[in-house]
Design a protein around this ligand. Structure first.
Ligand SMILES: Nc1ncnc2c1ncn2[C@@H]1O[C@H](COP(=O)(O)OP(=O)(O)OP(=O)(O)O)[C@@H](O)[C@H]1O
Ligand code: SF4
Ligand SMILES: [Mg+2]
Length: 445
């Protein structure tokens, strides 16, 4: 009988606990979580919060507990109380979290320390999966970036050149956390760049300017709103007067004026639109700016203005630039270092002087010889690289450039051996299977 009595008591305690648990979970915790979720993700500034589920959880648990505790003293239905408390707690916790983020901090624009290592890319591989078949399974991969290593310092411009499709923009996307990294790593200011954990600090400090200004500007927004967006979302400035003040300062940086503040993008020329985009990129005081063919949609004189503007801004504030382009003259104008890319790999890297005066890799030599020169006596383009760029889905084994290489250094080994790094001189490296056959510039012509 005693045994049975214990059982009944245990059973009753279990029923009460179960009842409490169901009530706690279904009628208080879950609704409180839903309300907290909406309130916490309500406004623009919620973008600044990381891992919002933790705030929602904290708010929902607190609301459900307090709601249930008060119900014990018979104050009324716990669902309603839980909802009321979830509003109170989520707003309080959100404001505490927001206060901990250094909002509204505009760096008084001072020059960045020069020569500081900003970006470090080590053996980076980015493959785009190719899916096919009825089951949409992965059947291959586009090896867009296939083992790239490079560094960028503050105050320096690295010019990245290479034929269309060699992976330049994919490299930029990897730095911006827009694509999955297959192997290798990217470090910015010693912070690992990870697509899934791309912090608001990285979004502030790394900016991009794309080739097509029309595609980068929302035609329905005024310039003031376009440039205010990063100020609001990344720096948490919400006061309208503050925003206009900062936007005006940024417009002045790029030689635009007060009267441009309330205009729409279609009221500007191509060069002016690119200036607006540069102003937007400068809004959060970046340290690294990626320029993906920023001048190729502009005519030559406007190109020069934008390049000079970029150089001036770099001289004043010490930004690091990754300048992506097909145009070797532009690289010659703006870059300090030049990296030549071919089918996902860097084939030569060096200072601008080393690359232009002493191009050593057969591909760089061919690229420099392929420059179209205005020759009044001849309509022919003297040299173009033979053949098509091979597919990055199935690149040629060994040296990717081997089917098109016309160098005297080319041997049978190039067809199966992976090129290795060779030092030409301090800061000047090529990736080749065989030592280069050095020729003077006139011999190469
Ligand atoms: N989302 C994607 N899915 C699959 N393949 C892609 C994707 N984006 C790019 N690629 C492929 O990856 C390779 C590299 O593309 P990427 O845009 O990086 O080249 P790029 O050097 O910037 O070329 P361009 O100079 O023409 O802009 C190309 O073969 C391209 O077709
Ligand atoms: S590895 Fe061989 S094929 Fe490739 S660039 Fe060097 S010499 Fe030419
Ligand atoms: Mg591109």
């Amino acid at each position: 009988m005693i045994f049975q009595g214990d059982l009944i008591i245990d059973f009753l305690i279990g029923v009460i606990l179960m009842d409490f648990l169901i009530e706690f979970l279904l009628f208080t915790f879950v609704p409180a979580y839903i309300v907290s979720f909406f309130l916490i993700n309500w406004d623009d500034r919620s973008q600044l919060l990381r891992k919002t589920y933790r705030i929602c959880l904290a708010s929902a648990i607190l609301s459900a507990l307090v709601g249930n505790l008060i119900t014990l003293f018979k104050f009324g239905p716990n669902l309603l109380l839980a909802l009321v408390f979830s509003v109170i707690f989520s707003l309080i916790i959100k404001s505490i979290y927001l206060k901990r983020i250094p909002l509204g901090q505009i760096r008084e624009l001072s020059k960045l320390e020069q020569g500081k290592l900003l970006l470090e890319i080590n053996d980076l591989k980015v493959y785009y999966p190719l899916v096919g078949g009825v089951l949409k399974r992965q059947i291959g991969a586009v090896k867009a970036v296939d083992g790239v290593t490079l560094n960028i310092k503050t105050g320096d411009t690295l010019g990245l050149v290479g034929e269309s499709g060699c992976g330049k923009s994919t490299l930029a996307k990897a730095i911006l956390g827009l694509v999955d990294i297959k192997e290798g790593e990217i470090n910015f200011n010693e912070i690992k760049v990870d697509k899934d954990e791309y912090s608001s600090f990285l979004r502030q400090k790394i900016q991009i300017v794309f080739q097509d200004p029309d595609a980068s500007l929302n035609p329905r927004m005024k310039v003031v709103d376009i440039i205010s967006e990063p100020l609001k979302n990344l720096l948490g400035i919400t006061k309208k007067t503050e925003l206009r003040k900062h936007v005006l300062r940024l417009l002045e940086e790029v030689s635009l004026k007060k009267e441009h503040l309330d205009r729409y993008p279609h009221e500007f020329s191509g060069g002016q639109k690119q200036r607006i985009i540069i102003a937007r990129a400068l809004a959060c005081n970046p340290e690294l700016i990626i320029l993906d063919e920023p001048t190729s949609a502009l005519d030559v004189s406007v190109q020069a203005q934008i390049l000079n503007l970029l150089k001036d801004l770099q001289r004043t504030y010490g930004y690091g630039f990754l300048f992506i382009t097909h145009n070797l003259s532009v690289v010659n104008h703006i870059a300090d270092q030049v990296a030549v890319m071919y089918l996902g790999r860097i084939v030569e890297i060096g200072t601008k002087k080393q690359i232009f005066a002493k191009p050593t890799h057969p591909y760089t030599q061919a690229l420099l010889r392929s420059r179209i020169r205005v020759d009044p006596d001849s309509k022919d383009i003297k040299f173009v690289i033979d053949g098509e760029v091979p597919s990055p889905i199935a690149p040629p084994p060994g040296c990717h450039f081997n089917p098109r290489c016309v160098s005297d250094a080319r041997t049978k080994e190039c067809e199966f051996e992976v090129p290795h790094q060779m030092k030409i001189e301090e800061g000047h490296y090529i990736w080749c299977v065989n030592p280069p056959v050095l020729k003077s510039i006139s011999e190469q012509e």
